[in-house]
Design a binder for this molecule. Sequence first.
Ligand code: GDP
Length: 203
Amino acid sequence: MNNYDNRQEKTLVIVKPDGVQRSLIGEVIKRYEQCGLKLVALKMVIPSRELALKHYSVDPEWPLKTGTKSIEAYKAKGLIPPTEDPIEFAEKVRKNLLDFITSGPIVAMVWQGMNAIGIVRKITGSTEPLASNPGTIRGDYTIDSYSAADADSRAVRNIIHASSSVEEANKEIKLWFSEKEILNYRLVAEEILYDANLDGILE
Ligand code: GDP
């Protein structure tokens, strides 16, 4: 076993219905693939409401965190939030997310590599398209904002979901994939990405 084997992480990525409809599946895969991450599971599905609800209930703290953050963001911009109750706000966001993610085909994937969770989130860009940097997937391919999405009672169109912590990734991967759907294999490129021993490159 190489030293790097026990530093590997797995993370769940979903190309949401807007990414599929905009023909960005290949572009998204390319971005993660070309940085050195390894694709170990992939499926295209139309998620059931039940699965979607489980997915958006993985983090029990999410409603309070998201609701509080959203209300503060409205106030920071000098706007009046739709409600002062963080849980009520977050439940509206969650309902819109459920409607969105069950509206058509999505592509679920598991990516593996050293620091995979952080690397995927860096390449993906920040959650709100308005704030995501150019060079990231969301920065390059999305134009939406929370206030526009909230005004129309819909989910923000940000193309991708990506796990945000090891704990979340482990729970989410189990929701979307069985153990036998996640492949265990070696990429030749891993030798140059991680291996300390480069004997054999020169003839
Ligand atoms: P992610 O980890 O980047 O997907 O972001 P979160 O887990 O914080 O949020 C999940 C989803 O909820 C995001 O992809 C957005 O669609 C939505 N969301 C998060 N925060 C807000 C917000 O402040 N306002 C609105 N309208 N939607 C939000």
